[in-house]
Design a protein around this ligand. Structure first.
Ligand code: NDP
Ligand code: MG
Length: 414
């Protein structure tokens, strides 16, 4: 079921539904895809916070073998998957005194998420790599706590189609802004919504003069003012590509047209986003900038909130909240994202692929910060456009765009 449908059925769900769900409430088996990353580790913190409620049934990493082994010993999952095959023997050997199954390869991930024991899949892998397993989980009717926004950027239309065909499956947002939209929309009618106000911290270069962006390093860009996140999304926040991605993510999650999603810079990251209604009212969701909160909320759905001893917000935390409009000239990828959303088809997939390549090259100090912009623009100009893509079209567009962007990055760094 798409989130829009779910909300339209007025999440203000009947008390009978709540009762039924409560009685079915068993300990939930969670598959954590990307358990060694920033979101993955915080998801495991939440699982540990409610031991009677959740069990980490599957843990997946790419190559962080030692951390995966350590997590396996601590959380005792049924299975771990190390995607990079060169670490398979090492992980298997290290866990040979346990009854934990060990597997490798990306097809193993797509297979494992469909297992009947899995209740909820937390997609916390990074980039395009999350797409295949998310599709498999939807087809298998799983509840999905979606962190991997790139899945919706690349193939939002396909994902929504698959959700319609798989009514047992539902996507709950983990991204803090989308968790905020969700919370503001609970109990509302979608036809009463005028626009979404998507908040952005503005990243580490919000106040830096535009001409200096040429000279910033990866180390500068990795210093996010409010959030501690994985390297890729931290660079996406510095270019504000992340906010462009989130606009597209919101579009598919809530069925709101891109022109009705407005980006608002809010440097304190206390208001996680807002919904403006047709009667002039605006609802906001507030919280400390800590991803444990939206993860806890997503894992608590659909029953409701999970009480926690986490640090609560004080009046001082809320004492100074400011807003400003984004600078589209300094952060041109915001415009690129709106243009890609309007073009539709494979355009956002190409944008995402070029961004992944450019960000990786920037993190390796091979290209300048502003080269990220030009690599994305040039790759998008060059790419063939497919209007109504199927899965194979996304696979091909992603591969072609990565190849083209890689050549551009190589040329610059030579
Ligand atoms: P990280 O880079 O910290 O973690 C990524 C995780 O995915 C790691 O466990 C990594 O394993 C694993 N991984 C990467 N590629 C593969 C692959 N091909 N196969 C299997 N596992 C893989 O990223 P984040 O946690 O920051 O972000 C995860 C997702 O959540 C992203 O899509 C991001 O946009 C989104 N998100 C993140 C937020 C945050 O606060 N961090 C906030 C909102 C959304 P390994 O450690 O072995 O490399
Ligand atoms: Mg976010």
């Amino acid at each position: 079921m798409t989130l829009r449908l779910l909300l339209e059925k007025k999440f203000a769900v009947s008390s009978q539904f709540v009762m039924e769900t409560m009685t079915q409430l068993n300990k939930r088996n969670i598959a954590v895809l990307g358990s060694t990353g920033s979101i993955g580790r915080q998801t495991l913190d939440i699982i540990a916070e409610y031991p009677g409620r959740f069990h980490a049934w599957l843990l997946v990493a790419r190559s962080s073998a030692d951390l995966l082994i350590q997590q396996a010993r601590q959380y005792r999952p049924h299975m771990v998957i190390i995607a990079d095959e060169q670490y398979y023997d090492y992980v298997r050997e290290a866990l040979s005194d346990t009854d934990i199954e060990v597997a490798t390869g990306s097809s193993a991930i797509a297979e494992a998420v469909t297992m009947p024991e899995v209740d909820t899949v937390v997609t916390a892998m990074v980039g395009y790599s999350g797409l295949e397993s998310t599709i498999a989980a939807i087809k298998a009717g799983k509840r999905i706590a979606l962190a991997n926004k790139e899945t919706l950027v690349v193939a939002g239309e396909l994902i929504n189609r698959l959700l319609e065909q798989s009514p047992g499956s539902v996507l709950y947002p983990v991204d803090s802004e989308h968790g905020a939209f969700y919370q503001c929309l609970v109990g509302e009618r979608m036809q009463d919504v005028e626009r979404l106000l998507l908040t952005a911290s503005g990243g580490p270069f919000r106040t830096m003069p535009q001409e200096r962006l040429n000279t910033v390093t990866a180390a500068d860009a990795l210093k996010h003012p409010n959030w501690s996140m994985g390297a890729k999304i931290t660079i996406d926040s510095a270019t504000m590509m992340n906010k462009g991605f989130e606009m597209i993510e919101a579009r598919w999650l809530f069925g709101i047209e891109p022109q009705d999603i407005e980006i608002v810079v809010h440097p304190q990251s206390i208001i996680h986003s807002m919904v403006a209604f047709k009667d002039g009212s605006v609802k906001a969701q507030l919280g400390l900038p800590d991803m444990h909160l939206p993860i806890r909320y997503a894992l608590g759905l659909p029953e409701g909130r999970l009480a926690s001893d986490c640090r609560k917000m004080t009046i001082e935390d809320m004492a100074c909240l400011t807003m400003e409009r984004p600078d589209y000239d300094k952060f041109p990828l915001l415009r690129t994202a709106y243009a890609a959303a309007h073009t539709g088809g494979t355009a956002p997939c190409v944008m995402n692929a070029a961004n992944e390549i450019a960000v990786a090259a920037f993190l390796q100090d091979r290209i300048k910060f502003t080269d990220i912009y030009s690599i994305i623009d040039q790759t998008m100009e060059n790419a063939a456009h497919i209007e109504q893509p199927g899965y194979e079209d996304y696979v091909a567009s992603n591969a072609a765009a990565r190849e083209y962007a890689t050549r551009l990055a190589d040329k610059i760094s030579r």
